[in-house]
Ligand binder design. Sequence first.
Ligand code: GDP
Ligand code: IMO
Ligand code: MG
Length: 432
Amino acid sequence: MSATCVVGLQWGDEAKGKIVDFLSDEHDYVVRYNGGNNAGHTVVWGERRFALSLLPTGILRSHMRAVIANGVVVYPPKLLEELASLEKAGIQVKDRLSISAQAHVIFPYHIAEEVECGGKAAIGTTGRGIGPCYSDKVNRANGIRVGELLHPEHLKARLTDIIPRKNKIIKALSADPDKAPVFEVEKLWADYCQMGEQLRPMITNTTMLLHEALQNRKKILFEAAQGSLLDIDHGTFPYVTSSHSLPSGIWSGSGVPARQLTRIIGVAKAYTTRVGSGPFPTELNDGPDGIGERIRKVGREYGTVTGRPRRVGWFDALAVRYSAAIAGCDEITIMLLDVLSGLEEIKVCVGYEYEGKKINYFLNDGVELAKCKPIYETLQGWKEDISKARKLEDLPVQARRYVQFLSDLIGLPVSVISVGPDREQTILNKIG
Ligand code: GDP
Ligand code: IMO
Ligand code: MG
């Protein structure tokens, strides 16, 4: 029994990709169990930089078997594009990847539904068709699974039923009905049959595969997409994604029972970022010469998927303590600590003022959280460049104090401190 989960503790982009890559040596399988190509996970090895949306990042290591499990929503053109780009980079992946026949498929009409019918604007989504595809899964009548791409006549019948309905919905809800896209059954059918054929050797029952792996004492690494605060149930609804990004999604999203998990690692940035709409109490809106813009520039805080500037703010200890608790974390990692170098002072949110009262717990309700004002403690910053630090003692005392302070507030040990995007720029000593 040995399964690990790497989960983000903020609003995504916590540098999960780096930690997954780091842990790959100790594992045999890497599994994506939620989300789709709304994710963007980065791995840096020296001069080489990879950004993957749909493939688990662990696939970059040649000993790893990779699984896209049933809880993921799959956009076949993106998947094929990522496979081709890795093969081009000299990384052979096709014989190491398995895709669940039960995963749901994103079609272009899902993207149109999101973009044309107001969802993208209302929530600030990535425009990848994620919400409409999961809606169709839950609603059943319009949902199509990956396995169905392998049965052309069956797929044609499904699309003949679904597409006219989708065209009506998109036209009716579009802001400009005359310009609304119209989808053709024949064209989509031909395209998706062809992509299904390309994926055929990889499509399988991944639940059975993972259970066999566990029986053979293989070590499995679950790579969560998004962050705990974007979880459909426990995040800041409605400004969330449409899947279970917490480890609770593993059981339903892969068929591996929770009791198999022996280690849950929560990944947090040394500050906070958020892409898209929604409340963000510690957000720094201090203008072009302010600290927010400085962190954005130094941390290169622009979306991996959409290129949107990420919203930036101080570390919110209430948010991370909440996430770590519901994720069931054993430990946390503090990422991008180097980005804070050179700041005179660093603030940490240790409480909120909510409706005139001081509270010391997170409010996951989007409306309530929007009314919270952060209460900060201020710590001394450090001037030194820490990107070459490789052990705890290499860090200035103020940086060590900062990490210790976060560990104390969250009540969990910090097992990894990251001081740069590269695999080497990592400190392993435990704090807390
Ligand atoms: P993910 O979605 O959680 O995998 O994170 P992203 O890849 O979207 O965003 C994290 C970004 O931070 C990527 O560009 C990483 O290369 C980069 N990164 C990771 N760790 C560090 C670090 O310790 N310092 C700096 N400066 N950048 C880092
Ligand atoms: P990774 O895995 C950051 C955000 C979107 C939007 C909301 C809903 O790289 O951490 P969606 O397209 O999922 O319906 O959008 O969720 N979002 C992310 N933010 N990192 C991600 O993934 C995200 N995936 C979705 O910006 O606010
Ligand atoms: Mg990302």
